[in-house]
Design a protein around this ligand. Structure first.
Ligand code: NAD
Ligand code: GDD
Length: 325
């Protein structure tokens, strides 16, 4: 009998890819999510559409489960988490999910929990210089994340670590740095920069203009979801509990990201930098710890990841236009 696994948030982007990975490795997988996957059917053995802020649902979905992957969260890109308008919802929804999942897992005798934290938990004071951000795992404290989303992630990291200390549940914690790829949110306000750039380029008229929030000199690094799933699985099967960065060290300015997408789409456009929610000035993954502990490195560089993502988003735009007609 294969190990029984629960993926909380398996109806979302990373969770959906992870469910496919776990099924291909032969595990029995249950998903709990508010919604089903939008872009392809889930291969999960059981898919429970349910709200993890409800403790009763949580107690149901953890029954007979050995390992939990906890990816459910109220999340989005800069347009969602940096406007300030969603702060209370993000904190209430995500903290409640994590409190419920941790306690239900304890009651059900779950052995191991993976928790998806975020680079947004790192202090803003180390991310003011776009050319030289610091995001090593040991730089987390004194804590000063720039968003309530980041504060909730930090709280929940501590929650799972406390369950480990007091109740012996094994935990594995990853701090994801901007994950992108096919089947990720690409429109609607929750999309992150890579998907937004692909959408803007693919839908622009030849020789047109593309709007970018901020001065475009802010920096980030982006990791393809395939590499993210490799790292999560390696971390979960290792003896190392983290917290550990899962990201790319290939830092780029947002204007250069836009230019790279234009190259891939073969569509030169002029860039117009406009005011918008920008978040920290600079962010880059520091992979020294994951390299040392797991020997993990991303396999795809940014261009290779975008060469997979851009055509997928261009196809979604065509599909959407066909439904409107
Ligand atoms: P996503 O929004 O695609 O997936 C999250 C899923 O959680 C969604 O399907 C959503 O419906 C589900 N969910 C939300 N509230 C729920 C509830 N009350 N009950 C049940 N399900 C609920 O996001 P993602 O990009 O796949 O992110 C997965 C995890 O990784 C999240 O915890 C996110 O904070 C974290 N993370 C992601 C990134 C990134 O760049 N994508 C970066 C850092 C951290
Ligand atoms: N989303 C988006 N859309 N961002 C844009 C756009 C646009 O049209 N134009 C410029 N940007 C800029 C943002 O202003 C920000 O400075 C940068 O691109 C990156 O934005 P996002 O990709 O949306 O988010 P982020 O990197 O600030 O934060 C993301 O990564 C974290 C982990 O590193 C979010 O997804 C967080 O939820 C995640 O935890």
């Amino acid at each position: 009998m294969s190990k029984k696994i629960l993926v909380c948030g398996g109806g979302g982007f990373i969770g959906g890819h992870l469910v496919k990975r776990l099924k291909s490795e032969g595990y029995w997988v249950r998903v709990c999510d508010l919604k089903r996957n939008e872009f392809s059917p889930s291969p999960a053995d059981e898919f429970i559409v349910g709200d993890l802020t409800d403790p009763v649902i949580c107690r149901e979905v953890v029954k007979d489960i050995e390992d939990v992957y906890q990816l459910a969260a109220d999340m989005g890109g800069a347009g969602y988490i940096f406007t300030g308008n969603n702060d209370a919802a993000v904190m209430y929804n995500s903290a409640t999910i994590n409190l419920n999942v941790a306690e239900a897992s304890r009651l059900a005798g779950v052995k191991k929990i993976f928790y998806s934290s975020s680079a947004c938990m790192y202090p803003e004071y180390n991310q003011l210089d776009p050319d030289n951000p610091k995001c090593s795992e040991d730089s987390a404290y004194p804590a000063a994340p720039d968003s309530e989303y980041g504060w909730e992630k930090l709280f929940s990291e501590r929650l799972y670590l406390a369950y480990n200390r007091n109740h012996g549940i094994q935990v594995r914690i990853a701090r994801f740095h901007n994950i992108f790829g096919e089947e990720g949110t690409w429109m609607g306000g929750k999309e992150k920069a890579p998907a937004a750039m692909c959408r803007k380029v693919a839908s622009a008229d030849e020789g047109g203009t593309m709007e970018i929030w901020g001065d475009g000199k802010q920096t980030r690094s982006f990791l393809h979801v395939q590499d993210c799933c490799d790292a999560v699985r390696q971390l979960m099967d290792s003896d190392f509990s983290g917290p550990v960065n899962i990201g790319s060290e290939e830092m780029i300015t947002i204007n250069d990201l836009a230019k790279l997408v234009m190259e891939i789409g073969n569509k030169p456009l002029s860039i117009k930098n406009i005011p918008g929610p920008t978040g920290v000035r600079g962010r880059n993954s520091d992979n020294a710890l994951i390299r040392e502990k797991l020997g993990w490195e991303p396999k795809l560089n940014l261009r290779q990841g975008l060469e997979r993502t851009y055509p997928w988003i261009a196809e979604q735009i065509v599909k959407q236009l066909e439904t409107v007609e």
